[in-house]
Design a binder for this molecule. Structure first.
Ligand SMILES: [Zn+2]
Length: 143
């Protein structure tokens, strides 16, 4: 039985983004806001494995994306990194440095995907912390 979805999301596994006990589900809410079904691929660090590959993790992520495109018909890939990401090891001296790094990584990941899958549309986004409690995110498109 064929099953199709037009969207694939690549994001971090961080529990704060998904199906929380307090009802928060920022990635789920984002997918629902698109009005389309979507595969959700989670990796520690979101796109980090694509831009700093190690131990075959990039190929594993590319395989998951290929399955979404080839088996489910995904035509648009949303890449969503997030602030305060443990996979980035909190190594930033300033918030500006953190935002700049995510922007660079997201742009580089988008280029890698466009080269590998020329027909795909890639949208880069960042989940920004809001509210000051380190628990709530607002997902924004990046430049
Ligand atoms: Zn993370």
């Amino acid at each position: 039985m064929p099953h199709r979805c037009p969207v694939c999301v690549v994001t971090c596994e961080d529990f704060r983004l998904h199906r929380r006990t307090d009802g928060g589900d920022f990635i789920g809410d984002f997918v629902r806001s698109l009005g389309a079904e979507g595969d959700v691929i989670t990796r520690a660090g979101g796109v980090q494995d694509l831009v700093r590959p190690g131990a075959g993790f990039d190929e594993s992520l590319l395989r998951d994306i290929a399955v979404s495109m080839e088996q489910h018909g995904a035509e648009t890939i949303y890449l969503i990194n997030h602030e305060d990401c443990g996979a980035y090891r909190f190594e930033f001296a300033t918030r500006e440095e953190e935002l700049r790094r995510h922007g660079q990584d997201l742009r580089q990941a988008a280029e890698i995907l466009k080269k590998r899958f020329p027909t795909v549309r890639v949208v880069t986004m960042l989940a920004r912390l809001e509210g000051g409690d380190g628990q709530r995110y607002r997902i924004e498109e990046t430049g």
